[in-house]
Design a protein around this ligand. Structure first.
Ligand code: ATP
Length: 374
């Protein structure tokens, strides 16, 4: 089922005088979610992710705008008639009911033509339990399950009604790191098998990038960018998106472009064909700083950091807003730990330019590497 949000706005009353009595949680959001895809809704705390989900499932009413499921306008439809399955961060299972009773709960009150026979009810519950691989645990109560198992029960309960749309609100937040990894792969598998259009809310960019077909990045209730995870990483539409995606984070330098060349401080560091003279903010991914003794960008050397697979050179520079610059390197040739200065050349595809005032992306052709301007 395709979902279309058109100019969706949600304002809440607020007692705080500074906001003039209103909080705009979702601001003129237009977003098309293709049929059968897993879409990650991503952004910092308070950016409007949960409110967007609540509008889609009908728990909140839109102040302005429309919501379509396929060709059907569902904006005024009650939640129970929207065909949406919802999974929350805290699982919200009934502690006194068994796993089987929890999963079958949404089917028990179906009326009229939707009412199920006993056999049909059992078949649907068994199918949902099998899909999330908890069919061995049906007679236990939630208190006797691990966090990951409880979350599976919550997903099974959302799937048992065979929804057109599945909404997951921070479903992995209560799990430890290892279980998070495992459960996110499970969510991907379940979504692939059921092909239900799914929206997955998280503030964890790595989680969203690893399992989603598309990610939508939000800030202050406003959509910043929608795209395939790798495209959004490679072509962030503004500085906020560039900073939000990527670990370690992008290194942000203040510089200027003169004669189609990027300068950081006095150093000419990269050819920027087609970019007019102006002040810019340059974002350089940690994998875009290449250690080279004759490289054009000189920084103050901090130390070599080895973390699992990655070896990073950490440094600092007066024009960099990150207190610590990180360069991930895959070479054995490393600077001498005792040295005070370290130089880098820049990988053009890993450097992004943004307007200094607005933070909007400045496109430029990235096929001219400049090693040195000595
Ligand atoms: P988090 O990641 O912390 O859950 P979020 O991105 O899901 O955040 P929302 O919960 O959608 O953000 O909240 C968006 C904004 O709307 C916040 O400023 C929040 O305080 C405000 N808000 C949400 N619900 C209400 C409400 N019922 N009344 C007033 N303000 C609200």
């Amino acid at each position: 089922m395709k979902i279309l949000l058109r100019n969706l706005t949600k304002r809440f009353p607020d007692r705080n005088k500074k906001t003039q009595g209103e909080i705009t949680a979702v601001n003129d959001l237009t977003l098309e979610i293709p049929d059968g895809k897993l879409v990650g809704l991503l952004g910092p705390s308070g950016c409007g992710k949960s409110t967007t989900l609540n509008l889609i499932c009908g728990l909140e009413k839109a102040t302005e705008g429309t919501i379509f499921f396929g060709d059907r306008d569902v904006t005024a439809l009650e939640p129970e008639h929207r065909g949406v399955g919802m999974v929350f961060q805290n699982y919200a299972l009934y502690p006194h009911l068994t796993v089987r009773q929890n999963i079958q709960f949404p089917l028990e009150n179906l009326k009229g033509k939707d009412k199920l026979t006993k056999e049909e009810l059992k078949r649907r519950v068994d199918e949902a339990a099998k899909l999330v691989q908890i069919d061995e645990l049906m007679e236990r109560r939630p208190g006797e399950l691990s966090g990951g198992q409880q979350q599976r029960v919550a997903i099974a309960r959302a799937l048992v009604k065979m929804p057109h749309v599945l909404l997951l609100d921070e479903p992995l937040s209560n799990l430890d790191a290892r279980l998070r990894l495992q459960t996110r792969e499970e969510i991907r598998r379940i979504q692939r098998e059921t092909k239900i259009t799914t929206i997955f809310v998280t503030h964890d960019q790595e989680e969203a990038m690893s399992i989603c077909d598309l990610i939508a990045v939000m800030k202050d209730g406003i959509l910043q960018q929608l795209g395939k995870p790798q495209d959004v990483y490679d072509f962030p539409s503004n500085l906020f998106v560039a900073k939000f995606l990527g670990t370690p984070p992008i290194n942000v330098f203040h510089g200027f472009v003169k004669d189609q060349t990027l300068f950081i401080g006095k150093n000419a560091v990269l050819a920027t064909p087609g970019v007019s003279d102006q002040e810019v903010t340059a974002g350089i991914r940690p994998e875009g700083l290449i250690y080279r003794p004759d490289g054009p960008l000189s920084c103050h050397m901090n130390r070599i950091e080895v973390m699992g697979r990655d070896t990073s050179i950490t440094a600092s520079h007066p024009d960099c807003e990150n207190p610590v610059i990180r360069a991930i390197t895959n070479t054995d040739k490393l600077p001498d730990p005792g040295t005070t200065t370290v130089s880098f050349s820049l990988k053009p595809g890993k450097v992004h330019l943004f307007q200094a005032e607005t933070g909007e992306r400045i496109p430029f052709s990235t096929n001219h590497e400049v090693n040195s301007y000595e």
